[in-house]
Design a protein around this ligand. Sequence first.
Ligand code: PEP
Ligand code: CO
Length: 449
Amino acid sequence: MAVVSAWSPSSWREYSALQQPEWPDSGRAQDVRRRLAALPPLVFAGEARQLTAALAEVVEGRAFLLQAGDCAESFDDFAAPSIRDKLKVLLQMAAVLTYGATLPVVKVGRIAGQFVKPRSSPTEHVDGVELPSFRGHMVNGDAPSPEARVPDPERMLAGYNQSAATLNLVRAFTKGGFADLNQVHMWNQEFVASSPAGQRYEVIASEIERALRFIAAVGIDVAALQQLHQVDLWTSHEGILLDYEEGLTRRDSLTGDWYDCSAHMLWIGERTRDPHGAHVEFLRGVHNPIGCKLGPAALAADVLELCERLNPARVAGRLSLIVRMGAGRVAERLPPLLRAVREAGHPVVWVCDPMHGNVSTTASGRKTRHFDAIMDELEGFFDAHADAGTWPGGIHLEFTGDDVTECLGGSEQVREDELDTRYMTLCDPRLNARQSVDLAFRVAELMRR
Ligand code: PEP
Ligand code: CO
């Protein structure tokens, strides 16, 4: 049997760490890491345990996970309205799924820390000029100049501060009345309400409102039911920048266990999921719920090795496997993984990310995704689970609350010649608010099948 060596927040440094920036001055990066280590945690160990417990319900098929948000958050787009609008759409999607599937929905944002991106190549071409790749605002700038692309460790502190402010606002919105079910109509923004998906949403919002009046009419004290007035929205991001994650790792005084207090949930990306690499080493030792992306090349043996390394104690809710195979490949590639994990008895949340395997490039060079391909992958995911007798536990999406034109199609067809109108993303193309609500209805239908 392989000997697993001792873990510490810095033991990842003994392993090969892909996708890390080359800080021009490693002393300054060390200094920033020490400053991060002296700052308050962004989330608390007890909260991470609550999320693990909620995800354990998903493992058992008694709840559904909705994990969604920006591909990359931006240092330049950080006003309250954009966070509020993202939250509105997330609440709408959750309402549609909860109502449609009559199941609790565990809500996890790609938010308050999603600032670092893996890149396929260390350099990229912008208008014919070769530049170091943009790696997210916590590493370097997106401007197309060599100076902007130099990694700057001080950006980790800026990222921490923006995460803290975002989380503060998210906590205020979710606990302070905005997420109250009595506001269910208010989440429908004007440009959504005028679309077919928005009108469909109005219908169920009215039904929810009637149900609330009914509960009150039979004499239940609606004001006292906290579940109607507040929601839990958990935070997550890709745990890719290990200097940052190490800096925010704390030992819980209650249990003595280590937690990465930068977010409730962290995931490992498709490019860094080597079972013997630094990312798996780092995340195996923290007690947060974690995710691991699985692309089309993932084999059953790889997946079982990841399960063993990341969740040897087989704690339900600890590990989510986020599959992103591509619409054309999910039917072939997913079933062997479902079978192997089920036979090995590993408790996992199976999540479908229908975004990252379905990127295409238009003739004019725009990176996009087609709504139909996204739906095809989701359908393939649900079919595979129906055949295997396993639970399709959740979905992982990239969306924004804004009226952008980044993904093609949807019930209000975004056409290829419209992509340039409002193409705003810092990284991958996101579903706009209408497409997101539309998708939630279609997923609720898949769940009822
Ligand atoms: C992402 O989730 O933004 C991402 C880069 O995904 P993946 O690791 O699956 O490519
Ligand atoms: Co992305």
